[in-house]
Design a protein around this ligand. Structure first.
Ligand code: GAR
Length: 210
């Protein structure tokens, strides 16, 4: 059974969507650890509710990114998960960290990558007058939000949409998309080889779209 570590910083609604899919037996996997960089992350309540071990690793004052990531990777290496799921983990990870986990580190990002890497994605899509927006799940590589894209979900932007309504629409899609991608991992359908994605042993020429 696929062993998963989920990294969060906030509410953890994507974590919950994955837990729900596991409980519904859609995914043959176990979340073995929930790791948060924020002591007060609401998502930590979900660890207690589901009796999943939680690890809080706050950053210390004057601590370098390298030092933080080394501590984080020590915890992860001890847990030895098959898959590391970034679910709203709001830290930039060092190249050293990312390169240790190539092919088993994934992230969800609230935009149709490569558009709108970084923050404020919904506002930027509205400001640009886009009519389409969405979310992407990608393998993590050292380039921020730049790794090979596994799958995307689309939403339309209507004239009366604001950040709140748009973010709600995107999150609803995230809660479908992320469990689906994790399910593919659990079924051993996904592999990353030299920055290329293979799905069912065939090269994925463009991201899956749901
Ligand atoms: C999600 O919308 C996710 O796409 C975003 O944070 C939110 C976390 O929500 N991630 C990023 O912006 C990463 N760059 P959640 O804690 O309710 O799952």
């Amino acid at each position: 059974m696929l062993k998963i570590a989920v990294l969060i910083s906030g509410v953890g609604s994507n974590l919950q969507a994955i837990l729900d899919a596991i409980n519904a037996k859609n995914i043959d996997a176990q979340v073995i650890a929930i790791i948060s960089n924020r002591t007060k992350a609401k998502g930590l309540d979900r660890a207690r509710e589901h009796k999943i071990p939680a690890y809080v690793i706050p950053s210390r004052k004057n601590q370098s990114r390298q030092e933080y990531d080394q501590g984080l990777s020590e915890v992860i290496n001890r847990l030895n998960p098959d898959l590391i799921v970034l679910a709203g983990f709001m830290r930039i990870l060092t190249e050293e960290f990312v390169n240790q986990f190539t092919g088993k580190l994934i992230n969800i990002h609230p935009s149709l990558l490569p558009k709108y890497k970084g923050l404020d994605t919904h506002q930027r899509a509205i400001d640009a007058g886009d009519t389409e927006h969405g979310c992407s799940v990608h393998f993590v590589t050292p380039e921020l939000d730049g790794g090979p894209i596994i799958a995307q979900a689309l939403v339309s932007i209507e004239k009366n949409d604001d950040i709140q309504s748009l973010s709600a629409k995107v999150q609803a899609q995230e809660h479908k998309l992320y469990p689906l991608v994790v399910e593919w991992f659990a079924n051993k359908q996904l592999e990353l080889l030299e920055d290329k994605i293979f799905f069912n042993n065939e090269l994925l020429s463009k991201p899956h779209c749901i």
